[in-house]
Each structure stands twice: as structure tokens, then as C-alpha cells.
Design a protein around this ligand. Structure first.
Ligand code: ZN
Ligand code: ZN
Length: 1003
């Protein structure tokens, strides 16, 4: 239970220049080589390896990138503090269509022919240069976000050794017969001119609603069935076939009916027109004027021959299509007869190039086979198809429709689903293969595995910038796969170890066929770049297992951190490749920081146009506030909004409250350490005051601290930074919003230095541990504070310090529960004070309180309540009598309990109230004039009001102590102050105060 009015002391944004602190800290890290020191310090520790999805070296660094990098950095810092050896490399995903498109755009090349004219070698060199340039821009943002990177462990997926590892794994798959060129239905981008994998054609960005036409086309029956009865009804009839994609009609190869559903032959009254369609669609499609002349089943229609709607000039057949039975046809949609185009995935006949006639060329445009459509892009051809059909009397009807059309995720062009010959990895063949993958669970609780939908993976790309498929083909169609440059050198009979394995150089390598010895040439394809990154757990080590001693270490990785994006889920790719290469699961645990949303809830990153610029955000709030914002997003949360308001709140309530607490500590500790004369050396013995001997507030704070240490450690251990961050936030609120606020009087007490020393000791213990807890999430600010508070012999950076251990002996759950009740009842008491309309500075006599457990409140706790409510006595009672019956009392009840406040102000209380108000005014004057806690002053006053005079005289010792004054004397009226004296006049009190600062306790 927490009263809502309690807040950690907030810092105004203007007071807090986190970016400036961060720049200074980062410079110190670089200067003193904190990373190098930490790697050396833990070199013999247990290995903890984290693999982060290689960052795509393309576009501009977005918030999603910052998020993935910092998630990995956070856990690496945590494990480092636990003493483990944590390699801190990072990889760059350099290949792929995205890079090619960006480079072609830079060069002003839009068509693939233009790239060929420009020259593949020059183009590939530009792609390499672009990848390096982008990687360096991304690296700078990673560094500014506080991610430490070991420059010796940077790798690029375009590195020769990386590519060789990828080749090695492809060879395993090839040898197992699972890497094959298949003729089958797949996705194809006619602009990028390449097959795409199924995982690239997913998601809301890919499928977009487009306007098209639904048509019903007449298919004249050519050859009625043998059965005499049917022949009579069907001769001269037209099948009414329906399609929502008329552009497929030129490739028509069949018409499908549901074998078990009823169909009808219908005739138009007074007219010879006869059509066939599903019984269920008769009324809807035909309307008035038609009557049924015969009923038959779909099965009886099977085998009926019809004339195709388009005759293709090149087709080697008679232009006849057949009706096919298909239980997948819906007799209640369209006409119940579906047109089939084998080339685009229709029909159940075995797919062959001869059967699947495809009039659309590689550029997505109709060829000259269909004169009326020649040159038209397939997605824009519906109207022309309809017009052509109408001209020939074959169009029964046409209506506009909205349909879902996949688009290339890279270039935005409509994607064709078509039959094509492409390289596939037969993932489906290993779907049930038992592997070491079972038991790997992501942070979201998903179990990894190939899953029931492990579709075969179309890995071949007919492009330039990628890992070339290491497959060579001879004139007798034998295939040879090379697993390394050494192997390739052997096959080619020349030393190719220094060869750049990219296109076009690799295309010139001719080898001897492994089967027949004849010359073999490389197949032109390159590899889907998501295979490159999926091979990372072993490829980053640059060698197949066994050849390098380093392979076993760090495989599998302790943690995988997946980045967002539209491509194949990286963890899936790693899992599939590991299973194919017959290896263990590549990682023990995976987390996928969810994608980031902007303030309007749109996903950030991926395609250009919706990229929050992290640099601008960092310069406004600092990297630590953003890191914290990422850390508190729960893994279940689909996405987190990255807004100025949300990050600003963290700066103030979490980081600001933490920093201001540390600054108060440092300032006061500085004074106390300086042994001012008034301290008389009393500070040292008190420093060792045992915890059980300290005031209840201190014991409570240390108990909260060590329970937080346990929970934060558990959170990080489970890779739940949200659990850890929330627990730290709660502790900071306890520290700044309750402990420090209630301890300020002790901290400022110059008369009893032991009090301040105890507070300082407790604060130091807490800040030391808290700073370590915060280091993984807020690496800059924590290190800045570490410098303010650390022992002389402590490590120079918190990132070289050890993770704290929870001292469970200090955890007092009963006290924690009691304090929470105290805070609850103080909230009720404050509400009662507010309702009384008496200023909070006015002391009152008595508060009676009734709440759960109040009978067990110790005198120390009652004292805290009394101080907070500014009353002289606090009396716990079993029940509080109703307010109505008690004149002079005010009663407020809330969920936390009931408080009755005696609101009668005696003359003595009045005087004390005046003293309190004076203290408040003097403190304000001190703050306004830059005096620090503990800076001593000489205090004097004048007044024209007798009552005020009496109050100031009577309570002079209390006032002096509270405001850090050596004395508090009355001056004759008409007094004129000298230079350097602070004057504070209060018209309401009718009094003026003068403060003369004494020399600072520590010059
Ligand atoms: Zn494309
Ligand atoms: Zn051969």
C-alpha cells in the first residue's frame, strides 16, 4: 500500500543535463579503457556468450536497432559484474536485396539491365562500400547508447572466413540431399527479379488491399461427356467460371468443381443461352428469367473439356482445358466453378513447365503471346483482360473487388506467386527430426523448434550481392558443392585461398565435376541473406567445427538477442540451420526486444519514413533514460511507445531522484569528512554504528535495499530486465520519497553531528549497492554517481565492480510491512490535515489513529508519524469515535485506516506555529542564497508583533538547530545590516530575519 501523494523528489528537466554527464563518462571510459580492463579482469572467469542478431548495415540507425544493442549490452554488463568472461563483439549483416536496392538507387539504376550495364564488379564494390559506411554510422549510435564493443571481435557477414563457414554448412545440407533446385510454386518479385522466401511475404506491411475486378467468364463446353443424358444437356452450354484475379485467365489450364456438391444447367427463357454453375449460386448469379433444365453433381462434370479463354501463340496444345474435381472449391462462392492456372498455383496436376503455361515474363509483364495484353504489368491487367473477353462475348459479368495482394517488402512491387525453378532447402524433410532444440525457451515463453509450418526455404536469389551458392554444374547436370576455398582450390586445380568469394570473381572459377570430371560452372544464384545471419552462431568463429579450437567455446550461446524487422525471424533461422547441420541448439535462451512504436502507435523502423531518430532523442534525454525505457518494457508487451513524455518521466522520477539523492549525500559527506570544528571528531565512531543500533528508518531502508538486491538479481538472471528495473524504481522511490525526506532534519542537524553521520552512513551503504544495481541499465549515470560516492580503494568504475550480494540478515519483512502501514496511515493523516485547513507548519496536539497493526507500532514508528503529521502525540486506538460527537476533532477514514486529529490550537501551539513558519522562511532564504545543508549562519531578527517576538524568543534554541544557526538574537528596530547579510522579510508575520553566513566549514 502506498499513499498516492508520496513521490520521489522530482528533479526539473532543467536541473538535469544527463547528456552532458554521459558524454563526460563515455570519454572517461575511452580514456581509461574500461572495457579492456574489465575483459582482462574476468579473463579467467566462466564464459558467458551472448549472440546478438547482426545489425543490418542499411538505412539509418533507428530506435529498434538501439533497443536490440542495449538489451545485449545490459545483460553483458550484468554478467561481467558477476565475474564472468563475456566476449563483447558485434556483427554486421552486410548482404542482401536491401543493400542492392539502396545502392542501385544511389547510382540511379532502376532496372536490372542497368545494373548489368554498369558492371557487376563495380556494383558489388559499391555494395561493399555501402555496407561498411552504414555499419560505421550504426556503430556510432551503438556507442552513444553506451554499448561497449570489443573492436577485435567485430565481424561482417561479407568477410571471407564468414562466407566459408556459411559454405561449410551449405555443404552439410547439400550432402544430405536437402539443398535442391526445385520447380514449384513460389514467391517472385518482378522488379527485384528474384525468388523470395515465404517468410519474406508475411505481415501487414506486405499484404495490402488493392482494387481489382472479379469476373465471371464463359468457358464454352467443347467435348461433352460420354453419358448420353448429360451430353444432351451440356452440349452448347458454357461453364460459368469465377475468378477474383482475371490477369491469371490467359494462363488458364483447368476449371475446378466440388465433386460432392450439386450443379445445375440453366437456360434463359426464349433464348438458346445455356450455362452451368453451382445450384447454390443459381439465384444469386443468374437472377430473373432463368430456369433449371438439369441437375448433376460436380463429380459428373469432371473430365468435361472446354475451350480456354485465351489461346496462347506458343502453347503446344489444342487450347482445351478440363474440369477437375477439387474438394477445396467452395460451391457457395462465385459460381462454384473456379478457374485454375497451374503456373500460378492452381490445380492438383503434377507441376511441369510444359503444363504450367506462363505468359508473364520475368519483368512481370505479359509477353507477345497474348497480343491484347502485351507489355501490360500483371497487376494492372484486369481491365484489359475483361475488355478482351467482352469483345469475344466471353465475359458474363464483372464487378469491382478489393483483394489482398502481397508486395515485395523491399521494393513495394506486387509479388507474383508463380511456378519457377529455384533453390530450396527442404526444411520440411527434417520437421520431425529429433534434435537438441527441445527445451530452448524464449523469454516470451515460446518453445523453439521447427514448428508444424516449417515450409521449405527458398534460399536462392537471382541477384549479385550475397553469399554465392557454392554449387557448380557440368554439362551433364551433375552438381558439385564446395565447402571451403581450400576445397574449391583442389577442385579447380589452382590456389584460390586469397579469392574474394563474391560475384563476379567466383563466377569465373571453373572446376572439374566431382562426378564426371568435365568442366563445371557455378550456378548464378546467391543466398537469402537471412541464411547468412542464421549461420552466425558458428560462422562468426570463422571455421567449421574441429578446424579451430575456438568453436566449442561459446557454442551454444548463453543468450540470443533478436532484433526486430521484417525478415525471417532470426531465432527460427538459427534453429533451422542448426537442425539441418545436425548440431545442438545454437543458444540456451532467446529474447526478442519488441518493436518500438512512435507516439502515434506506429511501428518504428524497417522501411524508411517511420524512423525515430535516436540521435535526436539521445540529445534530448540522454541514452540512459532511453535504455531505462527499453528495460521496463515487458517481454509480453507487443511494443512500447517511445515518446518524449515517457522518457522524460524516467529522467525525472528515476534518474533525477537517484542523482539528486547522491548529490545531497556527496555534499553533506564532503562537509562531514572535512571535520568542521563543530563536529569535534564525533563522526568516526558513529560510522561504525551497527545496523541493529540505527534508527528504525535506517533499518527499514537497508531491509528494503537487500530485498531489492535479491529481486533485481533474480530479474536479471531470468533476462527480465522489466522486473529488475521496476524493483529498482520502487527502491528509489523509497529512498528519495520517504527515507531522505524524513531524514532531512537529522541530516541538517548541526548540533548533533552523530545524527547526520548515521544518515550518511546508511545513505552511502544504499547508494553503493543501488549504483551497482543500476549499472547494467543506466551505465553512464551510475558510473558518474559511483565517482561521487565510492571508497578511495574501490574500483575506479562501477563497471569494474562486483555485483552486490543480498544480505538477507538485514531483510526484516515485519518491519517492511509495518512501514508500509505507517506510510498508509500518514497518508490518511495528511488528508485529515488538509481537510482541517490549518497550515501544515502549525503543530497540533494529538492524532489518534486506527489501522491494521497499529497496536504493534513501536514508539520509534509513532515518532515518525508524529513528525510527519506535525503533532505532539500519536495515540493508536482500537476504534475512532464518530466525528460528529466530538467537538474539536476532525476524523478522516480511508482504506488504509482512520485518523482523528485534534484541531484545537492552544496559545502555546500558536507560538510554536509561528516558530515553525519562521523556520520555513529562513530555510527558504538559505536555499535561495545558495547555502548548503550544514553551512552555519548567525541569525538575528526584529519584529513589531509582540506575539511573534514571544514565539521567537521562547523557541530560539529549536529555531537555531533547525536552520543551522549558531545563535538567534533579537535586534533593536531600525537595525541596518552590513554587507553579505541575507535579509528575509515576512509581511504576514510582521518580522524580518537576517542571516550572516559563517565561513564554509571546508574552505
Ligand atoms: Zn522487389
Ligand atoms: Zn559431370
Amino acid at each position: 500500500m502506498r499513499a498516492t501523494h508520496e513521490r520521489a523528489e522530482e528533479v526539473k528537466p532543467g536541473d538535469l543535463d544527463l547528456p552532458a554527464i554521459e558524454r563526460e563518462v563515455a570519454a572517461r571510459w575511452a580514456e581509461s579503457d574500461v572495457l579492456g580492463k574489465s575483459l582482462a579482469q574476468n579473463a579467467s572467469g566462466r564464459l558467458w556468450s551472448c549472440c546478438t542478431q547482426p545489425s543490418p548495415a542499411i538505412g539509418v540507425p533507428g530506435i529498434g536497432y538501439a533497443r536490440t544493442r542495449t538489451a545485449a549490452d545490459l545483460y553483458a554488463r550484468f554478467k561481467t559484474m558477476q565475474g564472468m568472461a563475456v566476449p563483447r563483439g558485434h556483427g554486421w549483416d552486410c548482404h542482401g536485396l536491401g543493400v542492392e536496392i539502396a545502392v542501385a538507387h544511389e547510382l540511379g539504376l532502376s532496372e536490372i539491365e542497368e545494373i548489368e550495364r554498369y558492371g557487376v564488379g563495380r556494383f558489388v564494390a559499391r555494395c561493399r562500400e555501402s555496407a561498411l559506411r552504414h555499419a560505421s554510422a550504426f556503430a556510432a549510435v551503438g556507442e552513444r547508447m553506451g554499448c561497449l564493443t570489443d573492436q577485435r571481435k567485430i565481424f561482417y557477414t561479407m568477410d571471407r572466413s564468414y562466407i566459408e563457414s556459411v559454405w561449410w554448412s551449405l555443404r552439410q545440407i547439400f550432402d544430405a540431399g536437402l539443398l535442391v533446385k526445385d520447380y514449384r510454386i513460389g514467391r517472385y518479385c518482378p522488379r527485384c527479379r528474384t525468388p523470395l522466401a515465404e517468410h519474406e511475404v508475411r505481415g501487414p506491411q506486405v499484404f495490402k488491399k488493392v482494387t481489382g475486378t472479379s469476373v465471371i467468364v464463359r468457358l464454352p463446353i467443347e467435348k461433352p461427356p460420354e453419358c448420353a443424358a448429360l451430353r444432351e444437356y451440356l452440349s452448347g452450354a458454357d461453364l460459368l467460371a469465377w475468378t477474383a484475379t482475371p490477369w491469371m485467365l490467359p494462363a488458364n489450364t483447368g476449371a475446378a468443381v466440388h465433386p460432392g456438391e450439386p450443379y445445375v444447367v440453366a437456360r434463359k427463357a426464349g433464348h438458346g443461352d445455356k450455362v452451368v454453375l453451382a445450384d447454390a449460386r443459381f439465384a444469386r448469379v443468374l437472377g430473373e428469367g432463368w430456369h433449371i433444365v438439369a441437375k448433376l453433381t460436380g463429380a459428373e462434370l469432371a473430365g468435361v473439356a472446354y475451350r480456354r479463354p485465351f489461346a496462347l501463340a506458343g502453347a503446344q496444345d489444342d487450347g482445351i482445358g478440363l474440369v477437375e474435381p477439387d474438394r477445396g472449391v467452395r460451391a457457395y462462392a462465385g459460381t462454384g466453378i473456379a478457374q485454375l492456372a497451374a503456373a500460378y498455383g492452381g490445380g492438383e496436376l503434377p507441376l511441369s513447365p510444359a503444363h504450367a503455361v506462363d505468359p508473364i515474363g520475368p519483368d512481370g509483364r505479359f509477353g507477345s503471346d497474348v497480343a491484347s495484353l502485351a507489355g501490360l504489368f500483371f497487376a494492372n491487367a484486369d481491365a484489359a483482360v475483361g475488355a478482351d473477353l467482352a469483345d469475344r462475348g466471353l465475359l458474363f459479368s464483372a464487378v469491382p473487388n478489393r483483394r489482398s495482394q502481397p508486395h515485395c517488402w523491399r521494393c513495394g512491387t506486387p509479388v507474383l506467386t508463380r511456378a519457377l525453378a529455384a533453390w530450396h532447402i527442404r526444411t520440411s524433410a527434417i520437421r520431425d527430426r529429433p534434435s537438441g532444440l527441445a527445451g530452448v525457451v524464449t523469454a516470451r515463453g515460446q518453445r523453439l523448434g521447427l514448428g508444424a509450418d516449417a515450409a521449405d526455404w527458398a534460399v536462392g536469389r537471382t541477384r549479385y550481392w550475397g553469399v554465392p551458392l557454392p554449387i557448380w554444374e557440368c554439362s551433364r547436370d551433375h552438381l558439385t558443392c564446395a565447402g571451403s576455398l581450400a576445397e574449391l582450390s583442389e577442385l579447380a586445380g589452382s590456389d584460390l585461398l586469397g579469392l574474394d568469394p563474391h560475384r563476379p570473381a567466383i563466377d569465373d572459377v571453373v572446376i572439374g565435376c566431382r562426378t564426371c570430371g568435365g568442366p563445371a560452372y557455378r550456378v548464378p544464384e546467391t543466398l537469402d541473406a537471412s541464411y547468412d545471419t542464421g549461420a552466425m552462431p558458428f560462422a562468426l568463429r570463422g571455421a567449421p567445427p574441429g578446424e579451430s579450437g575456438g568453436f566449442a567455446a561459446g557454442y551454444p550461446a548463453s543468450l540470443a538477442v533478436e532484433g526486430g524487422g521484417h525478415t525471417r525471424n532470426w531465432c527460427d533461422a538459427m534453429t533451422v540451420i542448426a537442425a539441418l547441420s545436425d548440431r545442438r541448439a545454437p543458444f540456451h535462451k532467446a529474447i526478442s526486444p519488441s518493436s518500438a512504436l512512435d507516439d502515434r502507435g506506429r511501428v518504428m523502423g524497417g522501411r524508411p519514413g517511420n524512423q525515430a531518430d535516436p540521435t535526436a532523442l539521445i540529445e534530448r534525454h540522454g541514452a540512459d533514460a532511453i535504455r531505462w525505457h527499453f528495460a521496463v518494457a515487458t517481454p509480453e508487451q507487443p511494443a512500447a511507445k517511445v515518446t518524449d513524455a515517457a522518457i522524460g518521466r524516467i529522467s525525472r522520477r528515476v534518474l533525477g531522484a537517484y542523482l539528486s539523492t547522491a548529490l545531497i549525500f556527496a555534499e553533506r559527506a564532503d562537509q562531514v569528512r572535512g571535520h568542521p570544528p563543530w563536529l569535534n571528531g564525533a563522526v568516526l565512531p558513529v560510522h561504525d554504528r551497527p545496523v541493529h543500533d540505527r534508527p528504525v528508518l535506517d533499518r527499514w531502508l537497508l531491509s528494503e535495499l537487500h530485498s531489492a538486491v535479491g529481486e533485481v538479481s533474480e530479474g536479471f538472471d531470468a533476462f527480465r530486465s522489466d522486473v529488475a528495473a521496476r524493483r529498482i524504481e520502487r527502491f528509489i522511490a523509497d529512498l528519495a520519497g520517504w527515507y531522505l525526506r524524513l531524514s532531512r532534519r537529522r541530516l541538517a542537524d548541526v548540533a548533533d553531528a552523530g545524527q547526520a553521520a548515521t544518515v550518511l552512513r546508511t545513505l552511502r551503504d544504499c547508494l553503493d549497492v543501488l549504483t551497482r544495481l543500476m549499472a547494467p541499465i543506466a551505465p553512464h549515470l551510475s558510473d558518474h554517481v559511483w565517482n561521487l560516492i565510492r571508497h578511495q580503494d574501490a574500483p575506479s568504475s562501477v563497471h569494474l565492480a562486483a555485483w552486490p550480494t543480498a544480505l538477507t540478515a538485514l531483510v526484516d519483512e515485519r518491519l517492511s510491512e509495518q512501514m508500509s502501514r505507517v506510510r498508509g496511515i500518514v497518508g490518511v493523516g495528511k488528508a485529515a490535515r488538509a481537510a482541517s485547513m490549518i497550515g501544515s507548519w502549525q503543530p497540533l496536539t494529538t492524532a489518534r489513529l486506527a489501522c491494521e497493526g497499529s497496536a504493534a507500532f513501536t514508539p520509534e514508528l509513532l515518532m515518525l508519524i508524529a513528525e510527519e503529521l506535525n503533532v505532539e502525540n500519536v495515540e493508536p486506538v482500537a476504534t475512532v469515535p464518530d466525528a460528529a460527537g466530538s467537538p474539536g476533532w476532525l476524523v478522516v477514514s480511508k482504506q488504509a485506516g482512520t485518523v482523528a486529529l485534534e484541531v484545537v490550537i492552544t496559545p502555546r501551539l500558536r507560538l510554536e506555529g509561528i516558530a515553525s513558519r519562521s523556520i520555513r522562511l529562513i530555510k527558504q532564504a538559505r536555499r535561495r542564497n545558495g547555502l548548503r545543508i550544514g553551512d552555519l549562519v548567525e541569525l538575528a531578527w526584529t519584529t513589531i508583533d509582540d506575539e511573534v517576538g514571544a514565539a521567537l524568543t521562547e523557541f530560539s534554541p529549536m529555531i537555531s538547530r533547525a536552520v543551522g544557526a549558531t545563535d538567534c538574537q533579537r535586534l533593536p528596530s531600525g537595525f541596518r545590516p552590513g554587507a553579505g547579510v541575507i535579509e528575509q522579510t515576512s509581511p504576514e508575520l510582521g518580522a524580518t530575519f537576517w542571516l550572516r553566513p559563517l565561513a564554509r566549514s571546508r574552505a
